[in-house]
Design a protein around this ligand. Sequence first.
Ligand SMILES: C[S@@+](CC[C@H](N)C(=O)[O-])C[C@H]1O[C@@H](n2cnc3c(N)ncnc32)[C@H](O)[C@@H]1O
Length: 243
Amino acid sequence: MSSEPKNLRPWTEVISPELYEQEFWEMAQGLQFTDRNPLNTEMFFLWCLVKSSPIINLYESGTFQGYSAEILAKAIATKPINFTTIGLSLDDSYDFARNRLKGFSNVSVVEGNSVEWVKQQEKSNDRCGWWIDGPKGKNMLPLFDAIGEKYESVEWIAVHDAEPEDWSGNRKRTINYFSDTVPISFTEESFQKKYSYMDKPLIGKSSIEPWYPHKQRGLEDTSYGTQTIIVWTEGRKWSDLVR
Ligand SMILES: C[S@@+](CC[C@H](N)C(=O)[O-])C[C@H]1O[C@@H](n2cnc3c(N)ncnc32)[C@H](O)[C@@H]1O
């Protein structure tokens, strides 16, 4: 399995962070920290992506306690976009997340397995974007299949935990699922370094494992983040996109 895409689209070509840096940073000051969240640098990338994307539906798989969902809900608050976040509540997180998101009228919180949920949906050709923060690794592939089956106009799929060290397999599995013609971007090192100040308030807060730049990445580095991979499906038919 390859771990690098043939058709890399650098982040500098797909988002304009300078337009959103100040508003994101101000918004981040008011966020409640909850565990197992993606880092702010990754969420800043998604903020820019969602704000500049021609989607009318946004989906998240892997709600947990709604850290990323709250950020995405705030990103679309003034836009005509509906946001649905789907999460297994094995970890008792569903009520917490629902409560956290109850003030957002265009947000729905669904308790359950996103693969099963997608399979139950009617086919749709509304333009949409997907942010996947669980399931991971091989369990993510049935979700890709289900999305391709039901959604005919997927602009992009963004998957968390796709760093080069690739402990989860998300990077390789995502690259190998889609054909070499599909453009792929990452919240790569240069992006993380540039905006690493956004992650500093999170350092040391996780009860699962403390975050240190050296420990996490095994590199002498100033950034803390894992990487998100963004697959630019751009509304194309799944039969033309996947291997
Ligand atoms: C790292 S946590 C997500 C953190 C969350 N996005 C946040 O910012 O707080 C991953 C979550 O994905 C959920 N998950 C795993 N497989 C899933 C599936 N098939 N459908 C929905 N949620 C799933 C897990 O239960 C777990 O709560």
